[in-house]
Design a protein around this ligand. Structure first.
Ligand SMILES: [Zn+2]
Length: 283
């Protein structure tokens, strides 16, 4: 049952990963246009820029999913997690253009990770909290991977959720350790960012990473932070070496650190005791 719910949530996460950056982009453009229009009207009331026509509604619910190649509406039976992709053999029924294997893979990943979370924490309030944390984490990771953006709309709820899970003393750590974890996580990456910027004159990571790291501290306490950053760096290094070996990455190109933080954080969530005993941070 958990795996099935995970597969269905994974299907929805695919929609979030695809649409949310587009929605944000629309919002920012609209905001910038309004701001410029206000400035222009203050400077010269006669010269108002043309108002853009209101766009068609576009959010997580509407419009219905369409094939990106032929614009054909995707029917309900073509929307069954993993199964539809297998039955259709990864091709659109209408135009036979390939459908990315990432859609069923994200669904499978979400299903497996959901099983991992409930297997670890059981059918408890903590299990439910960790499950929601995991789902938001998956969406944030793939958005960061695609766009190098970690939206506040996803990272900040992770921080609050991490703190809430530990509110009543039956979470993962005490509320004390969770609050210190959130603050320490944010400040550590924030100061690293500024040190790097002052010394090298370059920005090594984004503000979204600070909030994601803060969320890890909020959920699992400050004790787990060194392990998360270490595992994230090692995983990041391995992935970079692989992509350099496959010569798909040019050096100096911006890369998202968020996905590695997310992978490391989730591994620590499931194997927290083992990780802490290895890293000697067990209190
Ligand atoms: Zn098509």
């Amino acid at each position: 049952m958990v795996a099935f719910i995970g597969l269905c949530v994974g299907s929805f996460l695919n929609v979030v990963v695809y649409r949310f950056p587009i929605m944000l982009n629309r919002d920012w453009t609209e905001f910038a246009q309004e701001h410029l229009a206000e400035q222009a009207s203050a400077a010269d009331a006669a010269q108002l820029p043309e108002q853009s026509t209101p766009a068609e509604p576009f959010n997580l619910a509407v419009p219905r999913s369409r094939c990106p190649s032929c614009n054909n509406l995707i029917s309900a039976w073509q929307n069954i997690p993993v199964m539809s992709w297998l039955i259709l053999r990864g091709r659109c029924k209408n135009c036979a253009n390939p459908i990315s294997a990432r859609y069923p893979l994200v669904e499978l990943l979400t299903g497996c990770m959901s099983l991992g979370v409930i297997g670890t924490f059981g059918f408890t309030a903590l299990g439910l909290g960790a499950l929601i944390f995991t789902w938001i984490l998956i969406a944030a990771t793939f958005i960061d991977f695609d766009t190098q953006l970690l939206p506040d709309q996803l990272t900040l709820p992770l921080v609050w959720l991490g703190l809430l899970i530990n509110l009543n003393g039956n979470g993962i750590v005490s509320l004390h350790d969770a609050v210190i974890g959130a603050v320490a996580g944010y400040l550590f990456l924030w100061s690293t960012f500024w040190a790097f910027k002052l010394i090298r004159g370059k920005e090594g990571m984004g503000y979204g990473d600070f909030k994601l790291y803060a969320a890890m501290g909020a959920l699992m306490g400050w004790q787990v932070l060194p392990a998360v950053i270490l595992i994230a760096s090692v995983v990041g290094l391995i992935f970079s070496l692989i992509s350099i070996a496959l010569s798909r990455s040019t050096s100096g190109q911006a890369f998202a650190f968020g996905p590695y933080l997310a992978i490391a954080g989730w591994v620590c969530l499931i194997f927290r005791d083992t990780v802490l005993s290895v890293f000697g941070g067990g209190a």
